[in-house]
Each structure stands twice: as C-alpha cells, then as structure tokens.
Design a protein around this ligand. Structure first.
Ligand SMILES: [Zn+2]
Length: 208
C-alpha cells in the first residue's frame, strides 16, 4: 500500500492517492478543486484509477470530481447518500450534486470496497456533515473532516451536529490499536496521539 497526499484548492484540502502498487490499481480520495492536476498525478502513478471516494459532500472536497471524470469517464464515485442532492444550488455547495447512473455509487456503514489486495472499510462518522464517513484501510484511517490533528471538523454548517461529531470521535478513539490518521486538512497524525491530546476526542470518550 502506498499513500500520497496533495493539498488542493484555495483552502488546502488534502487529496489522497491510495495505491496497491503490486496490482497497479489506485483510488483517489477527495479530489478537491483540482481535478486536472489530480488526473496528472494518477497518470504519473502508473496505476489504474478504480475508485473516486468522497469522505463527505463539501465543495472543497468534491469540486474536482467533474474534471477527473473527464480524464477517467468510467470511474465509479462513492459518497454517503446523506451528503448528496439532486442538483447543486451553488458552486460552493455543501451537498454533492448526484451524478448519472454510470458513475454514481453510494456507500455506508460497514461497506467494503476491494482495491487490488486492499480492503477499504466504510465507517459512518456524522457530525461535520450528516454523511461524513471515515475510510479504514489496513492500519490507516482517512478521516475526512471528522478528525484533525488536535482538533475536529466544524459543526456550524446546516447539517453539522456537535454532539454527533463527539460521538463519532469517540467511536474512532475506541477502535482497537493504533492507526495512522490522514485528515481532510492539515497534517497527518495517529490515533494514539489523538486519544492523548485531542480535547474533542477526549470529551467524546467521556460520553455514552
Ligand atoms: Zn468539510
């Protein structure tokens, strides 16, 4: 498993390229606002793009999907249905405008996607948005805007929920063992450090 990250767009969203190098397949997680640049990056990796995966439906994570699909038109795009709408209300949408049948796929709690020899497991972690998910692959969590280094995603958007994100953080905190954490913004971290130093996760862990 090889993971590369690239900060994309004006608010520096972390886009990740997850590769199974042996089988030469990859997935893009949150192409942000720079689909063309992400497409070049995929091409350079030498891996075939198998999935585009969204951690949630905020524009800074998904706007690049359209351009990326122009380069890779048959790629399935996964998101939790709670974060999608029929059509976009503005370019800065906080919901993902659903795609046509050819590309649109949905995922939710417990779903598993196979990427070569890798298994990507979906955990629903609402709070930052109603359809936020974390993607667990081996000892890595792609946390979207649920868990940040020492912090967590904001919950003041229309379907944000502060209590829900605390409970989602607690769920992550209760996972067995340590995991490397790749968040939607800012630097990577690991679960043990967050269990010790993240006040939101610590608060969540004291709740039911
Ligand atoms: Zn967000």
């Amino acid at each position: 498993m090889k993971i590369e990250s690239m900060a994309v767009g004006p608010i520096m969203t972390n886009c990740y390229l997850l590769c199974d190098e042996e089988n030469k397949v990859c997935a893009v997680i949150d192409p942000g606002e720079e689909g063309d640049r992400v497409a070049q990056w995929v091409e350079k990796s030498g891996c075939a793009l198998q999935y585009i995966l969204l951690t949630h439906g905020h524009y800074d994570h998904f706007t690049g999907v359209a351009a990326l699909l122009r380069h890779y038109p048959d790629t399935p795009v996964y998101i939790h249905p709670n974060d999608a709408v029929e059509s976009a209300s503005s370019p800065w949408s906080l919901k993902f405008p659903r795609l046509g049948e050819k590309n649109q796929r949905w995922y939710g709690e417990g779903d598993e996607l196979t990427l070569g020899a890798l298994t990507i497991r979906v955990m629903e972690t609402p709070g930052h948005s109603a359809g936020s998910v974390c993607l667990v692959v081996g000892d890595v969590i792609f946390a979207g805007d649920t868990l940040f280094w020492g912090s967590c995603g904001r919950t003041d958007f229309p379907d944000g929920d502060y209590r829900a994100i605390l409970l989602s953080l607690a769920r992550l905190g209760r996972m067995e063992g340590n995991y490397r954490v790749y968040p939607g913004h800012d630097r990577a971290t690991d679960l043990d450090s967050e269990r010790k130093g993240n006040p939101y996760m610590r608060h969540g862990l004291t709740m039911a």
